[in-house]
Design a protein around this ligand. Structure first.
Ligand code: MSP
Length: 531
């Protein structure tokens, strides 16, 4: 690792919830981003993990008759780590808030806040939602209706709230209003997209109150270092995962290398925690603030926000079992605009799978390999002089790669894929126009036709080489199969070592390389049930 390590995080997910495609969405997008940066040759660190303390977890464990530690261990092993495998995630680290490093680091951070006079003891009276582990201000509490009749509920997310009166420690968040506003102004890309930035700025502009940051009526949490009657409020402790995983208070060298994070990817529901409370805490502790918080939108299923409490909570493996992890990753990156809400449906996944992946891309790869097999015995022919049609391909590819790279820089994976798909379309159009099967008819008797055929197939193979590299961050399995089918490794090395900035340089596949027909990259799925 070095000071330039590109450090990306997902939220740490509540361990109690079953992983659904909303969690999968965040995690896949972070994975695509980090794999792209790795493919650029940068040092990258990708962190994800689970949020395991708090009253909600404690209650659920009690309900299940096991200790909270047993409860969280089981969920991490049975649910959360497997989700990473299902989605083919290449995370570098996995933080659990029950890890000793997190406990030690969190205590060290609190000690720093204490010594800098950023916390004080007070008493809290008001409402708390155990369901969303949030203090809810009086303005946001209303009488429940229907199933919630007789209870108070939060207008923020409809969860039931409980009245509590506790002795708590408070963080002097109220001192940070102007500092935060100045910070947002000086760092216009700190919170993105613009809609999230505007929302955060208007929230902070309305004024900030000091924040209760400890609880004293249960003990499933990390003890406040100087007062063992209190545990840290779970949200405050959870935010600290980003620094404790980076070694805060435990491994100074690692911390200096990783911190500050480059980008926290979060859903818009938790943008305020990350863009208001978190930078204020870091400022109070004398630590640098992350470069960016990127808030993405909701996945909507049947027009409604997906959540596990509704029947529309879909598990990632329900999709992956049918379409595979590559198609899953492709679909969520391509079909939605990162930063906005977006609807997904089984029909749409199936339609894109068949049109874009099976017909557009998979078919291209297998046709080119089949023709090189048929006309050149599977040995890549050398290209002759490139004509206008070939030069147009070369230009389009270079532009598309540049466009994709810029889109990733702007955290817009949908634009990166749109740009990459220009290569797929260009190659398909080129093959249709050049009709190599017609040229092949004359190739046996006509030297010029034979040279032309070689040039056409070399050009398409080169295009596929570029696709294997630029699609590797999105669809690592298919890209590996393609790389293999192009016989590229013996001369060019491993797919992971191919650099984005050099990929569009033409003529890199060695003539004579063994081209084999790839196993079908995206086989047609005949029996797609409609969900
Ligand atoms: N534990 C907190 C986060 C602490 S981070 C310091 C938490 N966990 S969570 O399990 O509820 O996960 C929230 C995240 O899951 C959201 O921010 C978002 O990344 C993702 N999503 C959950 N539901 C979602 C949708 N319906 N759509 C898109 N993403 C969603 O909050």
């Amino acid at each position: 690792m070095s000071a330039e390590t590109f450090y990306v995080t997902t939220p740490i997910f509540y361990v109690n919830d079953a992983p659904h495609i909303g969690h999968g969405y965040t995690t896949v997008m972070g994975d695509i981003l980090t794999r792209w940066h790795r493919q650029r040759g940068e040092r990258v660190w990708y962190l994800t993990g689970t949020d395991e303390h708090g009253q909600k977890v404690l209650r659920k464990a009690e309900l299940n008759g096991v200790s909270p530690q047993q409860w969280v261990d089981q969920l991490v092993d049975d649910e959360w780590r497997p989700m990473l495998e299902t989605l083919d995630i290449a995370n570098d680290d996995y933080i659990r808030t029950t890890d000793q490093r997190h406990i030690d680091g969190s205590k060290a951070f609190w000690q720093a806040l204490y010594e800098r006079d950023a916390v004080y003891k007070g008493s809290f009276e008001g409402h708390y939602s155990v369901g969303s582990e949030e203090f809810v201000g009086e303005d946001d509490v209303v009488d429940g209706e229907g199933d919630d009749e007789g209870f108070k509920v939060s207008t923020l997310d409809g969860s039931r709230v409980e009245y509590m009166s506790e002795e708590n420690y408070f963080f002097r968040l109220g001192d940070y209003q102007q500092k935060l506003l100045d910070f947002y102004e000086a760092n216009p890309t700190f919170i993105q997209p613009e809609s999230a930035r505007n929302e955060v700025i208007s929230f902070v502009s309305r004024g900030l109150r000091d924040l209760s940051i400890s609880r004293s009526t249960f003990d499933w949490g990390i003890g406040v270092p100087w007062d063992d009657e209190h545990v840290m409020y779970v949200w405050i402790e959870a935010l600290l995962n980003y620094v404790t995983a980076a070694g805060y208070g435990v491994d100074d060298e690692r911390f200096a290398e990783l911190w500050p994070a480059n980008i926290h990817i979060v859903g818009k529901d938790i943008a305020r925690f990350h863009a208001v409370i978190w930078p204020a805490m870091l400022m109070a502790a004398g630590q640098p603030v992350p470069h960016q918080v990127f808030a993405h939108g909701w996945l909507l299923v049947g027009g409604q926000k997906m959540s596990k409490s509704k029947a529309n909570g879909i598990r990632p493996d329900e999709i992956v079992d049918t379409f595979g992890s590559d198609a899953y990753r492709y679909y969520f990156a391509r079909a939605l605009t990162f930063g906005s809400d977006g609807s997904i449906s089984w029909e749409d996944i199936s339609a894109r799978y068949h049109a874009e992946l099976a017909n557009g891309f998979g078919n291209l790869a297998s046709r080119v390999a089949a023709m090189i097999g048929k006309y050149f015995d599977g040995s890549l022919p050398a290209a002759g002089d490139l004509g206008d049609a070939e030069l147009a391909v070369v230009d389009t590819v270079a532009e598309a790669v540049r466009g994709a790279d810029e889109a990733i820089e702007a955290v817009a994976p949908q634009d990166a894929l749109a740009s990459i798909w220009r290569i797929v379309d260009e190659l398909n159009g080129y093959i249709t126009d050049q009709a190599p099967w017609k040229v092949a008819k004359d190739a046996a008797t006509d030297e010029e036709a034979a040279a032309r055929l070689a040039t056409i197939l070399n050009t398409t193979a080169e295009g596929l080489r570029v696709l294997a590299v630029v699609l590797n961050p999105v669809m690592p399995k298919a890209s590996a199969v393609l790389w293999d089918s192009l016989g590229a490794e013996p001369t060019l090395g491993a797919l992971a070592d191919q650099r984005i900035d050099a990929v569009a340089t033409w003529g890199r596949l060695a003539p004579g390389s063994t081209i084999t027909k790839p196993a079908s990259l995206f086989p047609r799925i005949e029996t797609v049930e409609t969900a």
